[in-house]
Every structure is written in structure tokens, then in C-alpha cells.
Design a protein around this ligand. Structure first.
Ligand code: TPP
Ligand code: SF4
Length: 282
């Protein structure tokens, strides 16, 4: 496949990251995209290593900051498909402010969150999506804090595409990522992605999960979407909400000032010019 990389993931055998990586590569291939048309930004964490394992433009940045990097990439070159891949600690904890504001502005970026309800890379501390009562290194007697529901928070922030997948259902996840990429505007695909070392939820998720497309569910009603994303004890996966009634930030920019134009020379910057640019920062 065009998106295959020579670099093999260093994830633990069984990590949910493999399902996300495979689904992302299938989705991009299925949409007929080429690696040179795709840029992937990430933060820090096991899941944030993903851009290294796929052949496309990649930016492995700082914890909690990949959404801002992605918006910068999209603004510099609006023709790219721009994706963020990072963990729940990265996106729903440290960088959640950026996520909320990207949803509010309907920035045309696609956010795929590997949600394992734990900090994997730093060996098992609680994250914002850790469950009430969940025992972790930082909550040895069980978490006393109610978990964040990122899907309902982002619906409230005005997100125009809100979906949830499961790394153990790569076929459906591929479809969800395809739909997110095709969506005009900000798209969240929250992926339940068990961490087999620090929070192995495979059995629990498998017993609770069901697909929205198998039900009589239409993702065009925001109020119904709120109800569905908060449903317990079932764990619906699929597209909860989608609307293209809102302009993207990039379209608004075109309407108001002629648009964000590709920065001249981004692609073919000469070494000498790059050095001149660098000097401006010193
Ligand atoms: C600003 C900042 N805070 C904390 C850290 C330490 N840190 C590195 S990875 C990580 C946890 C990552 O967890 P998550 O984003 O859920 O990804 P996972 O490893 O579970 O895929 C933390 C807290 C950091 N690098 N930078
Ligand atoms: S520690 Fe957890 S999240 Fe990190 S690679 Fe291993 S299974 Fe995946």
C-alpha cells in the first residue's frame, strides 16, 4: 500500500494502536489519496508515535499541541488532508482547549483520538476519560472523578462531525475515518483503543459495543446525538452527528478576506532561504 512505511511500530503486541494504524492506511488508500496529499500531526504518547509508522507528511510535536500544528499546516497548504492522531491524555487533557476551539471554529482538520482511558507511555496514570473508581498509579484507591465525555463536550462546542470507533472493529473504523476525511470541516473520531498493559478493556468493550448503522439511527439530530453519546451501559460506535450546514474556518476566511492562500515557496524552499528564515528566530 502507498501509505506503508518501513518503520515498524514499537507498540506492545495487542495494543489498540495497530487497529487504528491499519484503518487509517486503508481509509486513505480507499479514498484514492496519495502520501504527498496527506499530513499527520501528533503530540506525545504511545499513540502519538503513529505518524512515524505511515508514509505521509508527519509532525511529531509537543504534548497537547498537535491540533494547533494541524491548523497551521492546513492554513499554509489548504489542499492537504490534515489529520491529528494522539491519545486521550494528549487531546482531552493537556490540549483540550485547542480541540474545543477547533471544533467551535470548524477548522477543516480530522482528529483521531486513541482513547485508552489511561496515560500509556508514562506507565499508567489516570487520564480525563478514566472511569469513576478506576485504579491507576495515580488513583490507587480508584478514581474519585467522573470521566469526561469528549463526544458530548465537543457536540456542545459546535462540532460538525462526531463519531466513535473501536480499534477491534477495523472495518467500521476504516469507514468512519473515510467519512471524517470526506467531511467538510472539523471531524472527531474517538477510538476506544485498549492499552493491554495498563488498561486492558478488550473483553469489557467487546461485550458492550454495538454499531449505530445496525440500528434505526440517523446522525442528523443533535439532541438525539447528545442522548446517544451519553448512553449507558451500552457502547454505541458509529457516526453520532454530522452536519455540513456550518462553514469551515477556511471557507469563512475566503468569504471575508479572499482566503488563506498557500504560503509561496512552502514546497520548494531552498536551503539558503530556510537558513534566512531560521536567522529571524535567533
Ligand atoms: C506538557 C507535558 N506534560 C506531560 C508530559 C509527559 N507525558 C508524556 S506522554 C504522557 C501520557 C500520554 O498519554 P496519552 O496521551 O493518553 O497517550 P498514550 O500513551 O496512552 O497513547 C505524558 C503525561 C509531557 N511530555 N508534556
Ligand atoms: S503501553 Fe499501552 S498504549 Fe502503550 S504501546 Fe503498550 S499497549 Fe499500547
Amino acid at each position: 500500500m502507498a501509505f506503508d512505511s518501513d518503520v515498524k511500530p514499537d507498540w506492545c503486541p495487542g495494543c489498540g494502536g495497530y487497529g487504528i494504524l491499519a484503518s487509517l492506511k486503508s481509509a486513505l488508500t480507499g479514498l484514492g489519496l496519495e502520501p504527498r496529499n496527506v499530513a499527520i500531526a501528533s503530540g506525545i504518547g504511545c499513540s502519538s508515535n503513529l505518524p512515524g509508522y505511515i508514509r505521509a507528511y508527519g509532525f511529531h510535536g509537543l504534548h497537547g499541541r498537535p491540533v494547533r500544528v494541524a491548523i497551521g499546516i492546513k492554513s499554509a497548504n489548504p489542499s492537504l488532508t490534515v489529520v491529528v492522531t494522539a491519545g486521550d491524555g494528549d487531546e482531552y487533557g493537556i490540549g483540550f482547549n485547542h480541540v474545543i476551539n477547533a471544533a467551535r471554529r470548524n477548522d477543516d482538520i480530522k482528529l483521531i483520538v486513541s482513547n485508552n482511558s489511561i496515560y500509556g507511555l508514562t506507565t499508567g496514570q489516570a487520564s480525563p476519560t478514566s472511569e469513576l473508581g478506576q485504579k491507576t498509579k495515580t488513583t490507587p484507591d480508584g478514581s474519585m472523578i467522573y470521566p469526561l465525555n469528549p463526544l458530548s463536550t465537543l457536540l456542545g462546542a459546535g462540532a460538525t462531525f462526531v463519531a466513535r470507533g473501536f480499534s477491534g472493529e477495523p472495518k467500521q473504523l476504516t469507514k468512519l475515518i473515510e467519512e471524517a476525511v470526506l467531511h467538510r470541516g472539523f471531524a472527531l473520531v474517538d477510538v476506544i483503543s485498549p492499552c493491554v498493559i495498563w488498561n486492558d478493556t478488550y473483553a469489557k468493550v467487546r461485550s458492550a459495543v454495538y454499531k449505530l448503522e445496525d440500528m434505526d439511527y440517523r446522525p442528523d439530530d443533535q439532541v438525539e446525538a447528545y442522548r446517544k453519546v451519553n448512553e449507558t451501559p451500552g457502547l454505541p460506535i458509529g457516526i453520532f452527528y454530522r452536519t455540513e450546514s456550518k462553514p469551515t474556518l477556511q471557507e469563512m476566511a475566503v468569504a471575508t478576506n479572499g482566503g488563506m492562500k498557500p504560503i509561496d515557496g512552502v514546497r520548494n524552499l531552498e536551503k539558503r532561504e530556510a537558513e534566512d528564515l531560521m536567522r529571524e528566530f535567533y
